[in-house]
Design a protein around this ligand. Structure first.
Ligand SMILES: NC(=O)c1ccc[n+]([C@@H]2O[C@H](COP(=O)([O-])OP(=O)(O)OC[C@H]3O[C@@H](n4cnc5c(N)ncnc54)[C@H](O)[C@@H]3O)[C@@H](O)[C@H]2O)c1
Length: 344
């Protein structure tokens, strides 16, 4: 097992720890476990030891109604300020659990057993919690770190293959923005990683979490450097909202488009743009979409990374180095129209 401690957030991530050891991490408090229907189906024997609440699966359930239902249940079962919430699931469960824990009775302690690759490498790390508002992703939320995150590779065995690939979308993002060695590791070990080789996966999750925590430590409230973690997300969120793609798949498409913009605006070399493209393909992630430029642009106008008439957009200078470029929204909209008219 490897431990990463985020000093400024007083939050620890345990990579390679067994979820069955959870009792070693829970405080002496009344604990409520929150999971989704799939997780309950796969892990009911474990979950039945807790007072548990099951939420629906899918982005459509990451909303006020779900948060209200959980709060109702907590009140009905006598939760109080001294209770602890344990989210067991992917990014959806961790975002909602962290959000409810942050607002219930002005804040409870919480922790996660992270069950999807995407949540182990990204969603449950860094303290961002939230829910969608209508079609707008993560529009309501709060920065508030969990006490701990358990990342047990064993849990990934029940994760559907499509969700495994989706998780690699976020890992690849970390490599693109920060770590060319990680790019090479992914490129060299693609097949074994897609087959979830346990040692390689533990190593990979540890590297990805280390990159994310380093960035989060330096900029916990996303005022500067942390914005780079949004590489591929600005257009990716617009695509995720208007298609059937998963989060990681939509981010893959968003990264492909952002690479094309990087070639134009940031002198990303043709060679590195091709290397980026090749890695996404190798992990069987999509590069294309069928969302209209108009729908993407309507979404961009409401993006929370937008300031008045400009948006902080993340581009690549080379594999392993990202930069933040403030683009006037009208210029970005024109570029989106061009990108959609001439898909790569
Ligand atoms: N807070 C953050 O910093 C952050 C970062 C990235 C993404 N996110 C959010 O995370 C969410 C995406 O996360 P996700 O991809 O984990 O989605 P998810 O939580 O919806 O999980 C994907 C699917 O896999 C199932 N699943 C998860 N773990 C499983 C397991 N071990 N066995 C069987 N089935 C399993 C889930 O039930 C679900 O059907 C999005 O809402 C996104 O906005 C948040």
């Amino acid at each position: 097992m490897k431990t990463i401690h985020i000093e400024k957030q007083n939050s620890s991530i345990f990579v390679g720890e067994s979820y069955l050891n959870i009792k070693n991490y829970l405080p002496e408090k009344k604990c409520f476990l929150i999971c989704d229907e799939n997780i309950y189906r796969h892990y009911s024997e474990f979950i039945n030891q807790f007072d548990y609440i099951v939420m629906g699966c899918g982005e459509g359930n990451k909303n006020w109604q779900t948060a209200e239902k959980i709060i109702d249940q907590l009140l009905e079962r006598g939760a109080d300020r001294n209770s602890f919430l344990l989210g067991m699931g992917g990014g959806l469960v961790s975002d909602v659990t962290g959000f409810v824990a942050s607002i219930f009775m002005r804040g409870l302690e919480f922790g996660f057993i992270s069950t999807s690759l995407l949540s182990q490498v990204d969603a449950s790390v860094g303290g961002k919690n939230g829910i969608n508002f209508g079609k707008l992703k993560n529009m309501i939320g709060i920065f508030n770190p969990p006490k701990f995150v358990i990342c047990d590779p064993v849990l990934l065995k029940t994760l559907p293959k499509r969700e495994v690939r989706s998780g690699f979308g976020e890992v690849i993002k970390h490599a693109f923005i920060k770590d060319e060695d990680l790019y090479n590791f992914l490129n060299d070990n693609c097949e074994a990683l897609l087959n979830l080789d346990p040692n390689l996966m533990e190593n990979l999750v540890y590297r990805a979490v280390s990159i994310k925590t380093e960035v989060v430590e330096g900029d916990p409230f996303e005022k500067g450097e942390r914005k780079k973690l949004n590489f591929g997300h600005t257009i990716g969120h617009a695509i995720e909202n208007n298609s059937d793609l998963t989060h990681g798949e939509a981010v893959s498409v968003g990264m492909n488009l952002a690479c094309q913009l990087s070639q134009e605006l940031c002198e990303l070399s043709d060679i590195d743009a091709k290397r980026a493209n090749d890695l996404l393909r190798k992990f069987e992630l999509p590069l294309d979409h069928d969302v209209s430029a108009d729908m993407i642009n309507q979404y961009l106008i409401k993006d929370k990374k937008k300031n008045r008439s400009a948006i902080d957009f993340i581009l690549l200078k080379k594999i392993g180095e990202a930069t933040i470029v403030t683009l006037p929204i009208e210029e970005l909209k024109t570029k989106v129209i061009a990108l959609c008219a001439n898909p790569n």
